[in-house]
Design a binder for this molecule. Structure first.
Ligand code: HCA
Ligand code: CU
Length: 346
């Protein structure tokens, strides 16, 4: 069974202009928990004191889910996350050649040492905390450097290695695909007798985040990151509702309660100030509305003529629109809802 990490409160709050009050964060987290999301990335406590408070608040709420804090590879960030008593710390540090030489001014061996020291330190202070290491921009980094960094992380006790497609670079069916990446990373680590969970974090710059996440799923990835409405930097990441519905319908992953999705999306849309497009899959106003007369006629006899996804799966209702496209079936459907019997055909 695959696990889901929701990052609406961390990656999602990196959407330009989006800010969630702490009581809103709590309401979002509670709905995610009811759905059965495995991990909630609550924020990066070092960013503001309010985010620090939010991470603490969520980690002490007694939810079933695991609360995660984001952290740089810096002792003071790790200390702050530990002080919040989170279940999970996600540590990121890029090993791309350009970052190492131009920004961090270091080399991969020194980085590997620092990763080892920092993760050993965190695990020593709290052996139960789950540690994820993400080489940011993993998929555009030199593979050997990703392996060197990941080996250091896992040998120090990291439980999860995440493959970040930070710029939405990957594309299924090309040489840069997530299926191969997940397999190659896992095999390289297995050869060294290391067996961490593998996660994927797919950005949506080309509109391929969900396709890449499903490619990773096909390769047996353990954790997939998503957010409500796909919120996040630039074009965001994988949309949570679409991911959960596809996994439920097409891959028999029935472990989540999808009936809370609509309420969750309304809450996040309202407080983020970002409207949900009418034709957004699963959640959009029109996602289960039939329009043209030919469609409504057939769908009134059996909705499956024009649907394969039952709206009840996500606690929604089928609708027929009334406009210039409507036929008699649409009118009858509307009148029936008002308790008026079928129009007679004259
Ligand atoms: C970021 C970048 C990140 C990190 C992902 C992770 C990415 O905003 O810090 O820590 O797993 O896309 O690489 O979101
Ligand atoms: Cu990201």
């Amino acid at each position: 069974m695959v696990e889901i990490l929701d990052s609406t409160l961390r990656e999602g709050e990196q959407t330009p202009g989006v800010y969630f009050d702490n009581h809103v964060k709590l309401a979002i987290a509670e709905l995610l928990d009811k759905i059965g999301i495995n991990y909630i990335e609550a924020g990066h406590p070092k960013v503001t004191s309010e985010i620090h408070q939010a991470v603490k608040l969520l980690s002490h709420r007694g939810l079933n889910t695991n609360i995660a804090a984001h952290s740089r590879l810096v002792k003071s960030d790790i200390d702050l996350a530990l002080e919040c008593e989170v279940d999970f710390i996600g540590i990121f540090y890029s090993v791309t050649d350009d970052r190492l030489s131009d920004v961090f001014k270091t080399d991969i061996n020194k980085v590997a040492e620092k990763i080892y020291e920092s993760i050993s330190y965190a695990k020593k202070r709290n052996p139960n905390v789950i540690i994820r290491y993400t080489p940011e921009d993993t998929v555009r980094s030199d593979f050997n450097k990703v392996i060197t960094a990941s080996v250091a992380a896992v040998e120090a006790g990291a439980d999860v290695i995440s493959i970040a497609d930070t710029t939405g670079f990957m594309s299924p069916g090309t040489k840069n695909n997530m299926y191969d990446y997940v397999k190659n990373l896992r095999e390289s680590l297995h050869k060294k007798n290391l067996h961490p969970k593998i996660a994927v974090h797919c950005h949506n710059d080309q509109g391929l985040a969900l396709a890449n996440a499903l490619d990773a799923y096909r390769a047996g990835v353990d954790i997939i990151d998503a957010s409500v409405m796909g919120l996040g930097e630039r074009a965001g990441i994988v949309d949570l509702a679409q991911l959960l519905v596809v996994l439920n319908l097409n891959h028999n992953e029935k472990q989540w309660d999808l009936s809370y999705l609509s309420e969750l999306y309304k809450l996040v849309s309202f407080h983020s100030g970002i409207p949900i497009p009418a034709n957004f899959p699963i959640i959009g106003e029109n996602a289960f509305t039939h329009c043209a007369g030919v469609h409504t006629h057939a769908a009134a006899i059996n909705p499956m003529h024009y649907e394969h996804l039952n709206p009840e799966l996500v606690n929604r209702k089928r609708k027929f629109s009334l406009d210039h496209m409507s036929g008699i079936a649409s009118l009858n459907f509307a009148l029936n809802q008002l308790g008026i019997n079928n129009l007679s055909k004259k």
